[in-house]
Design a binder for this molecule. Structure first.
Ligand SMILES: [Zn+2]
Ligand SMILES: [Zn+2]
Length: 661
């Protein structure tokens, strides 16, 4: 007997090697590759081999008692994903495993799976299905029919925030469970969606496996095994859970499908939605996407009939969408306002807080100040490893690099000229917290950002603090905009709402729009009416104007027109090649030669090579080339053709990878 096995080491991750011996499909084995020992996964068997008998080595060892970690379906999916993303098969297979290839054998896997659930999900009372609104039950019926009929088209559940999408998901999951099938329920980030997870746990209890980063390798592996054995019928997790080893897949739900966290960068650069689609196309099952603000790709596919649209138009139980007011900060400045909060927002907060209601403030920038500048000589603290200024943190006493994590204490003197005139410029959440505490000393303030949530469980603790009314003001980065349901919030403020709009990425405006719509949806979810204050320096921008009118369709019309004109996705293909090297001169040379090579096809527009921002991170330089063409498929085929030539150009000097939009 011969086995074909693949490991995830450099060029070897692209092709399987043949070994003599016996091991089940999908099991892990150790083999000799050249002179080194490596772990590999068995992806095929054969009785004979074309290779000369004596050149074929014996496999060394079969790990985990020959347990098959991946089914033939998943191995086949890995090949499809590798082909789609032009990446190596070994890298995709590695992503599918609960433990990395290189890990030592995880001990104790023979033990039955230990239950470990999230803090918030513990001690829950079993919850009964809620009564559905007309729109909700129409959606559930349509999903039921699609599942029974084996629909190949994805379904898009498009409903404003608070319209009750979660209950539709729960009832769709109940159908899957009743049919004895399995479902994967993807959420943007486990720690940011405790309420959705609690809802699933309380409805389905021990049928649910929650896959999250706090699991140890052993726990992760045991969870994987109980899913593969069918003991867990519902898998809840972030983007990587799309690879969960459910064998009898009836449904994949992607909640908040527009979220950028479904895009994975590093190793394999995949999008969970794309993988989910590839998976159900092969293995069957329904793909259900949900959002209050669907991505332009998904919404366009629904309007063009490639997916089915289900709408939940209104919020149930007489709650209303909040009123949104755009505050022109240029006028506020002229009127002498100095701080981060405008006068109307301050007044509204004072009034509502006095009534026992709560406020939420979004400021999508961490830290105290963006940089500190010497007024005498112009000195700015820069990170020595990254091409970016250090940010001030912790009440302006620590400097941090947001890219490599460098920390250093700050002195009141300019390191260059010794002047005391150091001025901090640009604010962040810490500065906002300080200002809010000074303005509203009688109320509790909770800050939620990456700096306050580094400890395990701190995220849930902070949310519980706010949810149980122990604090009245929640402020933070975009973390606070997601999936939270606090009925007592009646004032929402967005600071510098237009700061993300001019970011050089074709999705920047769309992402800003989504964020504004999401955060606005946090207000007035109970019976109290809410008001949202959007502070901006470009108050007339269509993104802000249409978000303030809750006009999603209007926004997609404007945005589609612009994208179509420039042939950006979904109206044209765009693939980005990213290049990395510690040697800037080499990197420039390699990227220029690659751009020249790619420009041979006159149907394509080559953008770049250009330095990314920041150009250097952790002492590694970063350049990219974007290619626009008639369609994604066209570009994929073209790059498959050119891959070897690009590899020859870059050789071992510049590492490169592909991002497919
Ligand atoms: Zn100075
Ligand atoms: Zn740095």
């Amino acid at each position: 007997m011969f086995v074909q096995a693949i490991c995830n080491i450099g060029a070897l991750s692209r092709r399987a090697l043949t070994y003599r011996g016996e091991a089940p499909l999908g099991s892990l084995i150790t083999v000799e590759v050249g002179k080194r020992k490596a772990t590999a996964i068995v992806i095929a068997h054969s009785a004979t081999s074309d290779l000369e008998g004596e050149t074929i080595k014996e496999l060394n060892e079969v790990l985990y008692g020959g347990y098959a970690w991946l089914s033939s379906d998943l191995i086949a999916l890995a090949a499809v994903v590798a082909d789609y993303y032009l990446c190596s098969l070994g890298a995709v297979l590695e992503l599918m495993l609960p433990v990395p290839f290189a890990a030592k054998e995880v001990s104790g896997l023979k033990r039955p799976p230990k239950e470990k659930t999230l803090l918030l999900a513990a001690n829950l009372v079993r919850q009964q299905p809620l009564e559905l609104t007309e729109a909700q039950s129409a959606a559930v019926e349509a999903i039921k029919a699609a599942m029974l009929g084996g629909s190949k088209k994805p379904y898009l559940l498009y409903g404003v925030t608070g319209s009750g999408k979660t209950e539709v998901y729960l009832q769709a999951l109940a159908l899957v469970v009743a049919r004895g099938q399995q479902a994967i329920y993807l959420v943007p980030e486990i720690s940011l969606t405790p309420q959705a997870i609690a809802a699933v746990m309380s409805r389905f209890g021990d049928k649910v496996a929650v896959v999250h980063s706090a699991l140890s390798a052993g726990e992760r592996a045991r969870t994987w095994q109980s899913i593969a054995a069918g003991k867990k019928q519902i898998v809840v997790g972030a983007r990587s859970a799309v690879f969960a080893p459910a064998k009898n897949l009836g449904l994949i739900i992607i909640d908040e499908e527009h979220e950028t966290s479904y895009r994975h960068e590093g190793g394999v650069n995949f999008h969970a939605r794309v993988v989910a689609q590839l998976r159900v196309q092969r293995a069957g099952g329904l793909l259900l996407l949900g959002s209050a603000t669907p991505s332009l790709e998904v919404y366009t596919s629904a309007t063009e009939g490639r997916s089915e649209l289900l709408r939940l138009a209104s919020r149930p139980k007489g709650s209303f969408l909040p009123e949104v007011k755009i505050i022109d900060m240029r006028e506020e400045l002229r009127a002498g306002v100095k701080g981060l909060l405008s006068t109307p927002l301050k007044l509204a907060m004072a009034e509502r807080l006095a009534l026992g209601e709560q406020a939420l403030l979004l400021f999508n920038r961490r830290g105290y100040a963006q940089f500190s500048l010497c007024q005498d000589c112009g000195f700015i603290h820069l990170c020595p490893h990254c091409d970016i200024s250090l940010r001030l943190h912790a009440g302006a006493s620590v400097l941090k690099c947001h890219y490599c994590g460098l920390h250093k204490p700050v002195s009141p003197l300019c390191p260059k000229c010794g002047s005391r005139q150091m001025l901090s410029r640009g604010a962040g959440t810490e500065k906002l917290e300080q200002e809010v505490r000074e303005l509203f000393p009688n109320y509790g303030v909770t800050r939620l950002d990456r700096d306050t949530t580094t400890q395990k469980g701190s995220h849930e603790r902070l949310l519980t603090e706010f949810g149980s009314l122990n604090s009245q003001i929640l402020l933070g980065t975009r973390m606070i905009a997601k999936g939270l349901d606090f009925p007592n919030v009646t004032v929402v403020g967005v600071i510098d709402a237009d700061s993300g709009i001019f970011f050089p990425d074709f999705r920047a405006v769309e992402e800003s729009f989504h964020l504004l719509m999401q955060v606005a949806g946090r207000s007035g979810r109970g019976h109290l009416p809410g008001t949202v204050y959007v502070q901006a320096y470009n108050p007339d921008h269509y993104c802000l104007r249409l978000a303030s009118q809750h006009d999603y369709e209007g926004f997609t019309r404007v945005e589609s027109k612009l994208r179509r004109k420039l042939s950006y996705p979904p109206f044209g293909g765009l693939i980005t090649l990213r290049f990395r090297s510690p040697d800037l001169l080499r990197l420039r040379e390699d990227t220029h030669r690659t751009a020249e090579l790619l420009s041979q096809d006159k149907n394509l527009t080559i953008l770049g090579p250009v330095a990314e921002s920041p150009e250097k991170v952790r002492d590694v330089f970063r350049y990219q080339i974007s290619i626009k063409g008639p369609s994604r498929k066209y570009l994929q085929n073209y790059l498959r053709e050119k891959r070897e030539e690009i590899e020859t150009i870059c050789a071992t000097r510049s590492h490169w990878y592909v991002i497919i939009d």
